[in-house]
Ligand binder design. Structure first.
Ligand code: MG
Length: 333
């Protein structure tokens, strides 16, 4: 028996009857010779971690656009927080922690530059619309490397179905969806406080009463509540009280941070940058790197322009905008 077979055997013995077992995976589009050291879900995690799209997350916006401060979240640190929260819940419920980790690390790979502003811009500009979860799936199925990462069905299902309102097929994917929400609600409050957009006394008192007064307390309450409410159930859930307080806090964030006037001017600039880049590459698709030009032969110019734009980091999009549309300064000493 090799190490992988031993790990698969252990999953059957130790994990919950509701957990996804790597040996029972629905598999990959292109079958691979099994690894002797890692289960299929562990192998997926490594494929994601070593991808170019994963490294680009470090220069993509979470909420604060290309933040000057070193302490604000980026799409990468958000992803790592989601992964840690999801793994804690998964382990506590005897679910498959490896599957949870793989879905978490890949869930936002399709995010555009400038966060949800970029997502809205691409959605507005394209005939078929644009949603980051669909793009994340496209990244792992087609765009990364020459023919995608060839991940297992369970990981791909979790990536596509991570936004609220979707219905993923595994409990592990449901955990990621919850962990995503726990992570962003809490770290966006933390970043908004750091930026002075919110003052501590402005946070809604009834929410703090239920969830806790500090960042750490609130995360802990949400995690523990899910673990208690979901134990031995076929779905991941929260208690009514904590769910209501979390929803209220999220609504407060939408009103005060995500949709507030302070963002409007900056949002318009991001929208303008992406719109100009979109128009430029639609008119000159040959200016894109070869991989996107080749892809365009199969699915059309608009699709390849969207893939190229969505792949960009904030700083790359801004540099490219400057290069294409802003005259270079000529310094005479
Ligand atoms: Mg996310």
């Amino acid at each position: 028996m090799n190490v992988r077979e031993m790990l698969e055997e252990r999953e059957k013995q130790v994990l919950s009857p509701f957990a996804a077992k790597s040996a029972l995976s629905k598999g990959r589009v292109r079958p691979l010779t099994p690894c002797d050291l890692r289960t299929d879900f562990q192998r997926d995690r490594d494929r994601i971690l070593h991808s170019k799209s994963f490294r680009r997350l470090q220069f993509k916006t979470q909420v604060f656009l290309s933040p000057e401060g070193d302490h604000y979240r980026t799409r990468l640190t958000h992803t790592l927080e989601v992964s840690q929260i999801a793994r804690t819940i998964s382990r506590a419920l005897s679910l498959n922690e490896d599957l949870t980790e793989s879905i978490s690390l890949a869930h936002d790979l399709g995010h555009t530059p400038f966060g949800h502003i970029g997502e809205r811009t691409l959605n507005r500009l394209t005939a078929d619309g644009f949603r980051h979860n669909e793009q994340s799936l496209r990244v792992v199925e087609k765009l990364e490397g020459t023919e995608g990462l060839n991940l297992t069905w369970e990981v791909r299902d979790g990536i596509f179905n991570h936004p609220g309102g979707n219905e993923p097929s595994t409990l592990e994917a449901q955990v990621v969806s919850r962990a995503d929400r726990i992570a962003y609600i809490n770290h966006d409050i933390d970043d908004a406080l750091r930026a002075g957009i919110l003052k501590p006394f402005e946070l809604p008192e009834p929410c703090l009463h239920v969830l806790g007064r500090t960042h750490g307390e609130r995360i802990s309450t949400m995690i523990r509540d899910i673990v208690t409410a979901s134990d031995n159930h076929r779905e991941i859930r929260a208690s009514q009280e904590v769910q209501a307080a979390t929803d209220a806090l999220r609504a407060f964030l939408f009103e005060r941070v995500y949709q507030d006037k302070w963002r409007e001017a900056e949002e318009q600039k991001c929208d303008f940058v992406l719109s100009q880049l979109f128009a430029h590459f639609m008119a000159h698709p040959g200016d894109m790197p070869l991989e996107y030009v080749t892809e365009s032969y199969r699915e059309g110019t608009e699709r390849s322009v969207v893939d190229y734009l969505a792949s960009m980091t904030d700083r790359f999009a801004m540099r490219l905008f400057n290069k294409l549309f802003v005259p270079e300064t000529f310094a005479v000493i």
